[in-house]
Write a protein that binds this ligand. Structure first.
Ligand code: AHG
Ligand code: MN
Ligand code: MN
Length: 311
């Protein structure tokens, strides 16, 4: 039988010196919370949890009922397990300080909210730092996401490559299905919301996208970062959410979207940039700050940055 998530973590203790029982307990707690979320997502239409919760969050975005439910499940799990000193959620304005030191967790409880009601893949993204999340992404101890798609998959890195687990409906366990996820050096897919083309602040970016079309790339854009990054991780290519006239720093949030995804992409051999610097080098200044995101296969990201430099 494939290795269960909890067994995998204990096996990694020999390889990762800072991976201790406390962090293993925390990671297991997050995995368990996402199984509960997966259950709600799969039955959402029967539970009356589709649609809007009738409120706007700190991001100025309309909160969906499932956003709220996923947020409550994760916060309660993290509080109960007692291993998180700080909890930062996309859906909560302030950082919840639980204790002075320990593991600081930032998460997007449900990413891709606009796709919830139309049964398109969504996910949960998490990032774990020691003591505080207000550190550059390169200092993350662990980062990952769970994608609620045809399979429920947990994709994670402890800083030693990327592994993926698939939820086995029979046993209820996340079982190791991809022991080594490696990004192809170059892909054939680009992923960007081209409806915003005229608003992009970089003329070089428009030229880059036109260049890819000339290179016979295809466009895939789900509108859930988790799904677009998952496809990029497994098939290669490039995912971009750039700065535009509406969002000078782009739309995606550093702490619980850009930074954990950048960690995974770079651990899998790809690159992740804001267009000006590696995402993992950005020093956070505000809890919900946004950054432009250009991530994927090394070849495409370097080519994109070249076009953007030339303007
Ligand atoms: P969230 O649902 O957590 O607010 O995130 C939505 C994000 C991200 O998932 C996706 O890449 C992006 O919004 C899509 O934005 P557009 O609809 O503007 O393309
Ligand atoms: Mn999101
Ligand atoms: Mn979200």
């Amino acid at each position: 039988m494939a290795v269960p998530f909890s067994v995998y973590l204990f096996q990694q203790k020999e390889e990762v010196e800072w991976l201790n029982d406390e962090l293993i307990l925390l990671l297991n707690e997050i995995a368990t919370a996402t199984k509960e979320i997966a259950g709600k997502v799969r039955k959402a239409g029967l539970l009356g949890v589709l649609g809007s919760a009738g409120k706007v969050n700190v991001q100025g975005e309309e909160v969906q009922k499932l956003d709220e439910l996923a947020n409550e499940i994760l916060i309660e799990s993290l509080r109960n397990c007692g291993k998180a000193c700080q909890i930062t959620s996309e859906e909560v304005e302030d950082c919840l300080v639980v204790s002075e030191s320990g593991y600081a967790v930032a998460f997007d409880p449900l990413d891709g909210s606009s796709n919830i009601d139309v049964n398109i893949s969504i996910g949960t993204i998490f990032s774990i730092h020691r003591d505080s999340v207000m550190k550059p992404g390169k200092e993350q101890l662990a980062a990952g996401y769970v994608i609620y798609g045809p399979s429920t998959m947990l994709v994670m890195s402890l800083g030693r490559g990327v592994v993926a687990f698939t939820l086995d409906p029979e046993s209820g366990n996340f079982l190791l299905s991809h022991p080594e996820v490696k990004l192809p050096e170059r892909g054939k897919i680009y992923s960007i919301n081209e409806a915003n083309r005229d608003k992009w602040t970089s003329e070089g970016l428009r030229k880059f996208i036109d260049y890819l079309k000339g290179e016979k790339y295809t466009l895939r854009y789900v509108g859930s970062m988790v799904a677009d990054v998952h496809r990029t991780l497994f098939k290669g290519g490039i995912f971009i959410y750039p700065a535009d006239k509406k969002n000078a720093k782009g739309k995606l949030r550093l702490l619980y979207e850009a930074s954990p995804m950048a960690f995974l992409i770079e651990q899998a051999g790809g690159l992740a940039s804001t267009g000006e610097k590696p995402i993992l080098e950005v020093v956070p200044e505000e809890l919900h700050q946004r950054v432009p995101v250009i991530l994927g296969s090394r070849w495409e990201v370097e080519k994109c940055l070249e076009f953007m430099r030339e303007g």
